[in-house]
Design a protein around this ligand. Structure first.
Ligand SMILES: Cc1cc2nc3c(=O)[nH]c(=O)nc-3n(C[C@H](O)[C@H](O)[C@H](O)COP(=O)(O)OP(=O)(O)OC[C@H]3O[C@@H](n4cnc5c(N)ncnc54)[C@H](O)[C@@H]3O)c2cc1C
Length: 422
């Protein structure tokens, strides 16, 4: 990329890559791996919301999808914790076994490494020791991050998919193609209606949906309108945020694209202080008033999908617990209480925690077509003969609030192995 980019130069660089730059461009796809100027181009502006979202107290927004090749992996933060075993005890046995069998392969694919290997300075160890010494009843670990690629780059699905397309003749990618209906004959998918025409499926073809939780639920609702076991739940993570010298490196190595310090915070931070951006993730409980449903709108324009998420008293209690937990962490990191909080209402550091640090944004939507309820233990959509599902939609309800991608990659590999064996 050019050293001094402007909008037209960025487009020139991005679209007209010289032959010798192609290999490098293919591996530099996550927005944080690119020049920092892409951050402002992609962040927020390219997110789309192909649904109607019904707001309710405490629930303002469900983060959108990224309708591009690479999907959300273009911007994801790469946190890859393994699900804790306690949260999988009620899962179907074959599902748990599949998860265990393929977790390592998923970590290899996503190039997961410990944050202590990415950030090699003394700070990581100092922070970990403080947490070990001052938090006794919780597990403290270095974050597993999908950043093990060359130069600690974030993993993104685009590069491996392009490599597969290059090395396997039968692996085809269709861009600019919106799938809006699965044509089926008594539960056997026979064709896909798409914005680029109809794609016929043959008798032996198996259709695997991997389009993100809400879009795949929308496609199933629009293709099999008589199915009653779809979209009854939306379980999501709730996001609870608290409050250079080398800008490019700082942007690239920030563990989280969304939650990293602003330039203002960095410039006003005093010597001897470390800026920590704290985010808690909790899980909404099951709620019969939450769900995804099909309405009368136009499904070709994705206008007929309605989502509602209702916050219960238990969910509010989880948010309070998340806030308390974050304050516990901060106190553990600075037992002498030398903590300043960022107050975004006046853009200043203050000694006291600003009043409202709660976010009403929900992320990591999942469990809209959960295993056993909508999908059988072989990942097959119930009521169909050749439609399979993967991704966050199939996660069991109330499965835990860990970041889900490592798990869904492991389960997708399990499904892939089963299909290959059959
Ligand atoms: C800012 C951000 C940070 C995140 N950080 C983390 C993290 O740290 N750890 C973690 O585990 N997870 C994180 N996630 C979540 C993670 O990105 C998702 O869990 C993961 O990308 C889901 O993968 P997917 O392939 O199922 O869906 P997606 O990544 O959403 O990909 C779906 C693809 O399907 C395409 N598609 C959708 N509908 C259609 C249609 N009708 N026709 C054709 N194509 C369609 C989309 O365009 C997209 O390319 C984060 C997400 C965001 C947005």
């Amino acid at each position: 990329m050019s050293a001094d980019p402007n909008a037209s130069k960025v487009l020139e660089d991005a679209f007209f890559v010289r032959e010798e730059e192609w290999e490098q461009a293919r591996s530099e796809d996550h927005v944080q791996n690119l020049h920092p100027i892409f951050k402002s181009i992609l962040r927020g502006t390219c997110e789309t919301f192909p649904w109607q979202f019904q707001q309710s107290p405490g629930v303002e927004l469900l983060r959108g999808i990224l309708p591009f090749f690479g999907g959300k992996s273009l911007v994801w933060s790469g946190w890859c914790p393994k699900p804790c075993l306690e949260s999988t005890t009620s899962w179907p046995l074959s599902f748990t076994q599949g998860l265990r069998e393929f977790l390592e392969a998923a970590e290899d694919l996503l190039q997961v490494v410990s944050s202590s290997e990415v950030y090699k300075g003394e700070l990581q160890a100092v922070l970990k020791n403080l947490l070990d010494d001052n938090i006794h009843d919780k597990k403290v670990m270095f974050a597993p991050l999908a950043m093990g690629g060359a130069l600690c780059k974030k993993f993104c699905t685009a590069a491996p998919l392009l490599s597969l397309a290059k090395s396997h003749k039968n692996f085809k990618i269709a861009t600019n193609c919106l799938v809006y209906e699965i044509v089926n004959n008594n539960g056997t998918a026979t064709a896909l209606k798409t914005s680029r025409g109809e794609v016929k499926l043959y008798d032996t073809n198996k259709l695997v949906l991997c389009m993100g939780a809400i879009p795949s639920t929308a496609l199933v609702l629009n293709s099999f309108p008589t199915f009653h076991h779809i979209g009854k739940t939306v379980v999501t993570g709730m996001d609870n945020p608290d409050p250079g010298k080398n800008k490019a490196t700082a942007t690239r190595l920030a563990p989280d694209l969304v939650a990293n310090p602003t330039e203002e915070q960095m410039q006003s931070s005093k010597e001897g202080f470390v800026i920590l951006v704290c985010i808690g993730i909790g899980e909404f409980g099951e709620n019969t008033e939450s769900g995804v449903e099909r309405t009368n709108g136009d499904h070709l324009n994705c206008d007929n999908i309605k989502i509602h998420v209702k916050e219960s008293k238990a969910d509010q209690a989880v948010k309070t617990r998340m806030e308390d937990a974050m304050q516990d962490v901060l106190r553990a990191l600075s037992p002498q209480g030398r903590i300043d909080f960022w107050d975004s209402s006046c853009n200043k550091w203050k000694k006291t925690l600003p009043g409202d640090v709660r976010s009403s944004i929900i992320i990591n939507e999942s469990s809209t077509m959960p295993i056993e309820q909508s999908v059988d233990i072989n990942y097959q959509l119930k009521g169909t003969n050749n439609v399979f599902l993967t991704g966050n939609a199939i996660l069991p309800i109330q499965c835990g609030s860990w970041n889900p991608t490592l798990t869904i990659v492991a389960l997708a590999r399990h499904l892939g192995a089963q299909l290959a064996n059959n």
